[in-house]
Design a protein around this ligand. Structure first.
Ligand code: ADP
Ligand code: ZN
Length: 433
């Protein structure tokens, strides 16, 4: 099985655009009729639902931001009566107050289909055993991939996050062939298997579907090597349902956005201007089929690039590059823009594990950047000369990558806390002032 829904995933572009237009018109009408704050905004702009006749009119609609969602907490954006909803999820609150999202059964069904598409695109079928170790509960990772796995007919192991010993025992005893979790937890599982004396060939895993946080190509190769699998990226956000908004195919050159359900735009984060395909900017999504929590032109703050280039897998959906991180993950240190993912790239390239902590502070009016990095276990040697030499090497490689030199602190293996969900890598003490 190559596609989960072939007629949709490979739909000719003109038909896909027509489908999007038809759905957009309906979605705008639904929002206008049922979400008072959005109707008020459109009214203030003198915009009526009938002014939106197709995707060419999308740019006329106002944006929605995370701040708007927080303002409407908990149910100001709900577009159906609560009695029609069957579930609530909530963001992880990585960057502030949580946002809650509502789902009707129809919303859950379409979301499950999106995750099923991702599993099938990674080579999954009803013959697979899918170990889901994203957190279950309010976080969308667990129940999202769980629903997708069921939809594919795979044997689903609803492990949730944590309890690494049990994860490994079940992975081995039940012959898991697919692993779904955050990339940082996948890296930790790889490390834990090695510590327990397992070689990558000892497990039955074929592939992993990892997302919910930014990760680099270097980290991908590291995980693939340590677990003996092919690692696929998956992207999503609670506001739009959860994981499965976009997924990787075997080509692994960007993630296909499920365009029958979401329209993507890239905008200049400062001016709001829509940028041409291929330009880096902020990703904005419009949902097309959601009943309970439809969002028009929602600003994700994720920075990435879109490409409509033909993909060898046959899918016609546009692809988004791996987001480098959110605009609010970006650190401005002494006037220089720094993404934690750049630091990760340097570390893994030089053979360090992806366990690190970044601390930014302001001392005497000048920003400081300290990076704590773990020694690779096989290279651990605490002679002072060795540590100083390696710290210098790393600092210089980082200066080349970032344009500013951090202070490196090499610490013994396993001293930095591991994450079972989304990793927290940055401590910005400047914000506390
Ligand atoms: P929160 O905003 O509290 O973290 P979510 O759990 O809904 O709540 O997280 C969604 C965000 O996670 C996305 O906007 C994006 O920044 C990040 N994310 C999700 N998947 C990926 C991925 N594959 N690569 C990079 N970032 C991702
Ligand atoms: Zn493809």
């Amino acid at each position: 099985m190559k596609y989960f829904q072939p007629e949709i995933e490979t739909m000719p572009l003109d038909q896909l655009r027509a489908l999007q237009s038809e759905r957009l018109v309906k979605q705008v009408r639904h929002v206008y009729d049922h979400v008072p704050c959005y109707r008020q905004r459109m009214d203030e702009m003198g915009l009526k639902p009938e002014d939106i006749r197709g995707i060419e009119d999308l740019h006329k609609l106002p944006f929605l931001s995370k701040a708007d969602l927080r303002e409407q907490y908990p149910d100001g954006l709900l577009a159906v009566p609560k009695s029609e909803c069957v579930r609530i999820h909530s963001t992880s609150g990585t960057t502030g107050k949580r946002v809650v999202a509502f789902y009707t059964q129809h919303d859950v069904d379409l979301w499950d289909n999106c995750c099923a598409r991702a599993i099938v695109a990674a080579g999954g079928s009803c013959d697979d055993v899918v170990q889901v170790c994203y957190g279950y509960g309010l976080f969308t990772g667990g129940l999202g991939l769980h629903g997708g796995s069921h939809r594919v007919g795979a044997l689903t192991l609803p492990m949730s996050s944590g309890n690494t010993d049990r994860q490994i025992q079940f992975m081995m005893d039940l012959g898991a062939t697919f692993l779904c979790c955050t990339p940082s937890y996948a890296a930790y599982l790889g490390e834990s298997l090695k510590e327990r004396g397992y070689a990558p060939s000892d497990n039955h895993l074929k592939a992993g579907i990892f997302g919910a946080e930014p990760w680099t190509e270097e980290m991908r190769r590291d995980i693939e090597k340590n677990l003996g699998i092919k690692a696929y990226d998956i992207y999503g956000l609670t506001e739009l349902s959860g994981p499965g908004v976009a997924f990787e195919c075997a080509e692994q050159h960007g993630m296909h956005i499920n365009e029958d359900h979401f329209i993507a735009e890239i905008i200049d984060p400062d001016t709001g201007e829509v940028l041409p395909e291929g330009t880096k900017g902020e990703l904005v999504f419009t949902s097309l089929t959601k009943e309970a929590f439809p969002l028009l032109r929602y600003r994700t703050r994720d920075i990435c690039v879109l490409s409509r280039e033909k993909c060898s897998c046959g899918r016609t959906f546009i692809r988004m590059a791996k987001p480098m991180g959110r605009s609010d993950d970006m650190l401005i240190i002494r006037g220089v823009n720094v993404f934690p993912s750049q630091i990760e790239t340097v570390l893994i390239k030089l053979g360090y594990p992806p366990n690190y902590e970044i601390e930014v502070d302001r001392i005497n009016n000048s920003d400081t950047l300290d990076v704590r990095v773990e020694f690779p276990p096989e290279q651990f040697d605490d002679s002072l000369g060795n540590i100083a030499k390696k710290e210098k090497e790393l600092a210089s490689a980082m200066r080349d990558m970032l344009g500013i030199g951090p202070k490196i602190h090499l610490v013994p293996p396993k001293t930095i806390a591991r994450s079972e969900g989304k990793a927290v890598r940055v401590i910005d003490k400047r914000k506390l002032i």
